[in-house]
Design a protein around this ligand. Structure first.
Ligand SMILES: Nc1ncnc2c1ncn2[C@@H]1O[C@H](COP(=O)(O)OP(=O)(O)OP(=O)(O)O)[C@@H](O)[C@H]1O
Ligand SMILES: [Mg+2]
Length: 410
């Protein structure tokens, strides 16, 4: 759906829309549109597009009050919590827009590694908006820190450490308010404990909980945190699992589709979380083996032909739990992060490893970066940027599922 303001004045998530400006409403989004005076808009509605009137008691009106309170009282750090689709990211946008309107220099820390708006999935990122936007996706990352997974459950401590670093970076760059947008994993005990640790580490001035009903996060008032409870929008577009997966694919595509290929020498790099590239090179005297390395007493092998067969043959002499065999070409599409000496990070997609020359070919949008470190993950992207898990294509001791299947949605 598109919207064009013909006359008057309207505001969307705190962004002032100019007469003649054309707003595209993406199929995954819905927006509260507030007319500040009698206004005329042109709408082009396609497919399932809908328009509804906001009720007087719509939660959004309280959002605006809280966003203005944050911008008006010099709140330095704000953490936004809530369930999936509760409006966390949209409220974050509203706070950033209100802060810009008040002449402040806000920052966003996007801590939602599963539905990242600023960086590609798997990163916690920092953005410095200098103009009002409708979707945090339009903001460019100034720093990205890879946590290596799209599920916060698996990497909660890494997320907390990254958020803390980026909040400190933003504050030392003179940015305020710094708004932390989080993932929607909040309902089970593990999730609540994770979010408690996150908030305790970040020590925000404001803690905003989206979702209507009071929660134990109110306890943070003990630390002097201003806790604000907000409702979720009465009418909104929600995202199902497959739309969430598609959104991630879109984000990978945006960063990698036109990314140039760079050539790196493995001998000059430190590699994390890709054991086959970390062990000491060794020889197994089997002509099907293209490369093998030994790490903590286990052989990590890349082999041509039937990987299962090679596994059976090698493990019969080396031991069943002493061998992992990856099929030749397993590394294609492996999702990694390239890190330079100063700690700057940039996403990378491995195209291939030439084991004879120890050369890594990787696609990255940041050609200027001189990587010293590669942070690996077990995510592999297909040609059309869908996620698979690399362990699923490797052969190792029994009890593993050896079929390549798409990653479960986060
Ligand atoms: N005030 C609002 N009025 C109408 N629609 C809204 C409003 N706030 C958010 N939405 C829509 O509701 C959906 C969920 O909002 P949003 O993405 O902000 O939530 P979230 O809590 O960040 O979700 P996630 O857990 O996926 O990160 C989106 O489609 C968004 O465009
Ligand atoms: Mg969100």
């Amino acid at each position: 759906m598109t919207l064009m303001l013909k006359s008057g004045s309207i505001e969307i998530l705190g962004k002032k829309v100019r007469v003649g400006e054309r707003i595209i409403v993406h199929k995954l989004k819905s927006y509260p549109v507030i007319a500040l005076e009698d206004s005329e808009i042109d709408l082009t509605m396609v497919n399932e597009a809908q328009i509804k009137r906001l009720e007087e008691d719509e939660a959004y009106f309280k959002w605006v009050k809280v966003a203005e309170e944050i911008a008006g009282t010099g709140g330095r750090v704000v953490v936004v919590l809530g369930e999936v689709d509760s409006g966390k990211s949209s409220f974050t946008t509203l706070v950033l827009n209100k802060a810009l309107e008040a002449g402040l220099k806000p920052a966003l820390v996007d801590a939602d590694v599963g539905q990242a708006d600023v960086a590609p999935p798997g990163y916690v990122s920092l953005a410095y908006p200098d103009e009002q936007v409708l979707w945090n996706r339009s903001l460019k990352p100034v720093r990205m820190l890879f946590v290596g997974d799209i599920k916060p459950q698996k990497r909660s401590d890494a997320i907390i450490a990254s958020v803390k670093r980026l909040v400190e970076t933003a504050l030392s760059d003179g940015r305020s308010p710094v708004v932390v947008d989080t993932d929607g994993w909040i309902k089970d005990v593990g999730a609540v404990l994770y979010k408690f640790r996150l908030v305790a580490e970040v020590k925000p001035d404001f803690l905003v909980y989206m979702g209507g009903a009071d929660t134990c996060f109110k306890l943070f008032e003990k630390m002097g945190v201003r806790y604000r409870l907000l409702g979720s929008p009465a009418v909104k577009k929600t995202r199902d699992r497959s739309e969430r997966r598609e959104y991630r694919s879109d984000r990978y595509r945006e960063f990698f589709a036109n990314a140039p290929l760079v050539k790196l020498s493995i001998d000059e790099l430190l590699i994390l979380d890709i054991p086959v590239l970390q062990g000491l090179k060794t020889s197994l005297g089997d002509e099907r083996v293209v490369y093998s390395s030994l790490l903590a007493g286990k052989y990590f092998v890349v082999a041509k032909g039937d990987a299962r067969r090679v596994y059976e043959d090698l493990s019969s002499t080396l031991g069943r739990d002493k061998v992992v065999v990856y099929p030749y070409g397993f590394e294609r599409g492996l999702y990694v992060s390239l890190v330079d000496d100063s700690g700057l990070e940039c996403p990378g997609l491995i195209e291939r490893v030439d084991f004879s020359s120890n050369t890594l070919y990787v696609r990255t949008p940041c050609t200027g970066i001189k990587p010293r470190l590669i942070k690996g993950s077990s995510i592999r992207l297909t040609e059309d940027f869908h996620e698979e898990y690399i362990d699923k294509s490797a052969w190792e001791s029994p009890g593993q599922d050896h079929t390549v299947t798409p990653a479960p949605p986060g």
